[in-house]
Design a binder for this molecule. Structure first.
Ligand SMILES: [Cu+2]
Length: 234
């Protein structure tokens, strides 16, 4: 091997040896206060039957406050001020329509990531995202039962970007579009994890659609750091 080749090998080894230390932010969103009761949804007969089939024994209601074991779900948590965009998305964000509901109700994805929407109901839906950020296009597309999956994606960050169905006025979903990979949406018990955050001290923000945002200062230094939040529902 000549000198030039050795130099190339040496530089490759050096590059791969430089890794930035990172850690996970994990914790629980605690619910403080008593949310108002959810409202019953007046499903039409076709949707009522599909809802029953998909939710035996369940009642169709609004889904403003998902809560279990003192935790609050559907909270969007994001880390502010991280240098770089983090990891590229590893797949699509999949949204389904089942029982004339969007599932999941609240979700999150990265800018440019594909959002797929499918129709598992035996009825026609129309998917009508209504972004508020300039450059994120509004669309309005009909989707037959078992029709082809529809795809969406957004160039610009936007929190709680609304998807609605004009056929069924109770159908909503909210997608948080983020321009980095350091975010999560809490599960019903309030738990969440944000992976591989580079070491540093950051402001982490937790937002629920029906409450004031809550901030926490969090220092990541490898391994795992716990950051719990308390969201007050008035
Ligand atoms: Cu619909």
């Amino acid at each position: 091997m000549n000198t030039k080749s050795w130099l190339t090998v040496a530089s490759v080894v050096l590059t791969s040896a430089v890794t930035v230390s990172a850690g996970d932010i994990t914790g629980k969103i605690n619910l403080k206060g008593t949310p108002p009761p959810e409202r019953a949804l007046p499903l039409d007969p076709a949707c009522g039957a599909s809802f029953k089939k998909n939710n035996p024994g369940g009642k169709p209601t609004t889904r403003f406050f998902a809560s279990k074991d003192g935790g609050l779900g559907d909270v969007f948590i994001s880390v502010k001020g991280v240098k770089g965009k983090g990891k590229a998305p590893s797949g699509d964000l999949a949204i389904d329509q089942r029982g004339c509901e969007y599932l999941p109700y609240v979700s999150a994805c990265q800018t440019g990531q594909t959002i797929t929407v499918k129709n598992s109901d035996p009825v026609l839906h129309n998917i009508h995202p209504t972004p508020r950020v300039a450059g994120n296009p509004e669309k309005n597309l009909a989707q037959l039962p078992n029709g082809p999956v529809l795809k969406f994606s957004y160039k610009n960050a936007e929190e709680f970007l609304r998807f609605k169905c004009d056929v069924h006025p109770w159908m909503f979903a909210y997608v948080n579009v983020v321009d980095h990979s350091y975010f999560a949406v809490s599960a019903e018990d309030g738990s969440y994890t944000i992976k591989d955050v580079p070491d540093g001290t950051y402001t982490v923000v937790a937002k629920h659609r029906k409450a004031d945002p809550v901030e926490n200062k969090v220092t990541v230094k490898g391994g795992k750091v716990t950051a719990d939040f308390t969201v007050v529902i008035k």
